[in-house]
Write a protein that binds this ligand. Structure first.
Ligand SMILES: *[C@@H]1O[C@H](CO)[C@@H](O)[C@H](O)[C@H]1NC(C)=O
Ligand SMILES: *[C@@H]1O[C@H](CO)[C@@H](O)[C@H](O)[C@H]1NC(C)=O
Ligand SMILES: *[C@@H]1O[C@H](CO)[C@@H](O)[C@H](O)[C@H]1NC(C)=O
Ligand SMILES: *[C@@H]1O[C@H](CO)[C@@H](O)[C@H](O)[C@H]1NC(C)=O
Ligand SMILES: *[C@@H]1O[C@H](CO)[C@@H](O)[C@H](O)[C@H]1NC(C)=O
Ligand SMILES: *[C@@H]1O[C@H](CO)[C@@H](O)[C@H](O)[C@H]1NC(C)=O
Length: 211
């Protein structure tokens, strides 16, 4: 009786470990990260040729342990990508102002992130991104997006409508112009934090009713 109970518990434990301790990153996500690396490497004005050196194309390599990547320890899926200053253009983001921005502009293919269905947090600040190749549709459930210190103009807000689950949106130090985009922003019903400081809005701030 006692022994079979112990056996039972042991089996239970083994099953639990299998269910909860996901080991090894998902192959499609490992490949997706390597695609991002390739995209970054082929961008203009790359200065650091050793960038993302832990992102290696080896099947045994555990991508959840790579630099700038974080996974959910239960599911093993990538949940966070910290790709700020990924082209290594600046020591500090503030230096941005001393560059001729137009000369280092970069356009991002946002479809590269579609592989990561559990991605919650994406940090793309300080990359001199001028815009991105738009997506028709997105399955991503992004909650935190940092696009600060880039070169986005007002059209980025329209493109962001795909990410309706956003809770935190940071877009400071960009080139958003014209009147305050209150209507466009109203699609983000879960939004808790919005940073649009240091842009080029003009005119008066009119707060409208959503309906
Ligand atoms: C950045 O790369 C572009 C395209 O290769 C080039 O025209 C530009 O001069 C470069 N800018 C700097 C600051 O090196
Ligand atoms: C990891 O994923 C599980 C299952 O989806 C979820 O319940 C848990 O909150 C997640 N953990 C973190 C730290 O996000
Ligand atoms: C963007 O990335 C996706 C996914 O990797 C790829 O299928 C598509 O061809 C890319 N688009 C461009 C314009 O590079
Ligand atoms: C805003 O950015 C988009 C995409 O990068 C570009 O096609 C468009 O011409 C820009 N608009 C203005 C007014 O600069
Ligand atoms: C993005 O990364 C920068 C640089 O590490 C950091 O200052 C900023 O707080 C990050 N953004 C978010 C939303 O965590
Ligand atoms: C705001 O800037 C836009 C161009 O970005 C211009 O067309 C418009 O007249 C400006 N409005 C005011 C009130 O200055």
């Amino acid at each position: 009786m006692g022994r079979s109970l112990v056996k039972c518990l042991l089996w239970g434990l083994i099953v639990l470990v299998h269910l909860h301790g996901h080991r090894g990153c998902f192959e499609d996500e490992r490949k997706g990260l390597l695609e991002i690396k390739e995209f970054v490497r082929s961008s203009p004005n790359i200065t650091d040729h050793h960038l993302l050196h832990s992102w290696v194309d080896e099947p045994e390599s555990e991508c959840c342990e790579w630099e700038r990547v974080a996974c959910n320890s239960t599911t093993g899926h990538v949940t966070q990508l910290s790709l700020h200053n990924i082209r290594d253009l600046y020591f500090y983001c503030d230096e941005f102002y001393y560059y001729d921005r137009k000369n280092i502009i970069w356009f991002l293919n946002v479809s590269l992130f579609e592989t990561f269905q559990e991605l919650k947090s994406l940090n793309l600040s300080c990359n001199a991104i001028g815009g991105w190749i738009e997506n028709e549709d997105s399955r991503m459930k992004l909650e935190r997006l940092d696009l600060g210190s880039n070169m986005f103009n007002r059209s980025i807000i329209q493109s962001l409508r795909l990410f309706k689950s956003l809770k935190t949106l940071s877009l400071p130090d960009n080139s958003l112009e014209g009147s305050f985009p209150a209507k466009e922003l109203s699609v983000f019903e879960d939004l808790e934090m919005l940073d649009l400081s240091n842009n080029e809005f003009n005119g008066s701030l009119t707060v409208q009713d959503k309906r």
